[in-house]
Write a new protein. Structure first.
Length: 267
C-alpha cells in the first residue's frame, strides 16, 4: 500500500510566501490581498491608483500578521508592467503566487458600442495578463518546489462562461479569452512546475459592480441559488486553497465562485 512521506494533515503553508496581486487595493483584489496577509504571506499590491495601493498596504500591515507593500503601475502601459516586474525582482528573489486580478468593463448598447472599448478592455483584462505573467515567470520558477509548484490565479468571470444580459461585449469576450489563456498557460508552464487556474467570479461588492448592484441587487441575488452575493471570505478562500498544498495538483481549472448563478435556469 502506498504511503506518502508528506505530513498527513494539510496546512495552508502560506506563511512567508511572496504574492503579487494586481488590482489588489480595491474590490475583489483587496479581499484577496487581505486573505493572504492574514495567513502570513508577503503581498505586493499593484494598480494605477498609487494612493489606494499605499492605503491598502498600510491597513493590511496593521493586521500584524503578514506583510503588504505597494508597487503602483498603470497596466494600460506595457512599460509600467515591465517596471513592476523589474522592481519586484529587485525586492524578492522568487514569487510564489501571481494573482492576475486587474480588470475593467465597458457597457454600451450594441449599435453604439465603440471600437476603442475593445482595445481598452482587452488590453487590461487579457493582453497585460499575458505580459505580466511572461515577465515574472523567472521569479515563479525560482519559487517552485517538489509537490509545491508556483501558482498563477487568474480572476475571470461567470460572464465568460454564460451570456450576460448586460451589453458588456468587450468584458465578456475578454474574460472568456482569459479563461482559455489560463488553460494554455497551464499546459506550457505546468512543465516548468507552475500551475495556472481561473476563478470565474460572480457578483461581489466592488467599484465595478457598485452601480449594477444598486440598480439590480435584489434581482441579482434572486438569480443566485444561494440567495446572496459573494463575501471576501468566499473569493479569498478560493485563492488560499489554490495556493496551498491542498491545491498543488490542480492545473488548468476554471472554478466558478458564484453561488451557483452560472448554472441557474432563467425560465
Amino acid at each position: 500500500m502506498f504511503q506518502s512521506r508528506e505530513p498527513r494533515l494539510i496546512e495552508l503553508g502560506l506563511r512567508g510566501k511572496v504574492v503579487l496581486v494586481t488590482g489588489g487595493a480595491k474590490g475583489i483584489g483587496r479581499m484577496i490581498s487581505e486573505g493572504y496577509v492574514t495567513n502570513g504571506a508577503t503581498v505586493y499590491i499593484s494598480s494605477r491608483d498609487a494612493k489606494a495601493c499605499e492605503q491598502a498596504a498600510s491597513e493590511l500591515n496593521a493586521l500584524g500578521k503578514g506583510k503588504a507593500h505597494a508597487i503602483p503601475a498603470n497596466f494600460y502601459k506595457y512599460e509600467d508592467v515591465k517596471k513592476l516586474a523589474e522592481e519586484l525582482g529587485k525586492r524578492e528573489s522568487k514569487l510564489h503566487v501571481l494573482v492576475n486580478n486587474s480588470g475593467s468593463n465597458w457597457g454600451a448598447p450594441y449599435d453604439e458600442y465603440p471600437s476603442e472599448a475593445f482595445t481598452r478592455v482587452l488590453t487590461l483584462n487579457l493582453h497585460r495578463v499575458f505580459d505580466l505573467t511572461q515577465l515574472v515567470t523567472p521569479l515563479l520558477e525560482k519559487a517552485s518546489a517538489p509537490n509545491d509548484p508556483a501558482r498563477i490565479i487568474n480572476i475571470g468571470s461567470i460572464d465568460g462562461l454564460r451570456v450576460p444580459s448586460l451589453e458588456t461585449f468587450a468584458y465578456s469576450s475578454s474574460k472568456a479569452g482569459l479563461h482559455h489563456l489560463s488553460r494554455v498557460l497551464a499546459n506550457h508552464l505546468g512543465k516548468r512546475n507552475v500551475t495556472s487556474n481561473t476563478l470565474a467570479c460572480g457578483p461581489f461588492e466592488s467599484k465595478m459592480m457598485a452601480a449594477t448592484l444598486k440598480s439590480f441587487g435584489e434581482s441579482i441575488k434572486a438569480g443566485v441559488p444561494l440567495g446572496r452575493i459573494g463575501t471576501p471570505q468566499d473569493v479569498a478562500g478560493a485563492c488560499l486553497f489554490l495556493s496551498s498544498r491542498a491545491g498543488a495538483y490542480i492545473n488548468g481549472a476554471t472554478i466558478p465562485v458564484d453561488g451557483g448563478s452560472a448554472i441557474a435556469a432563467k425560465l
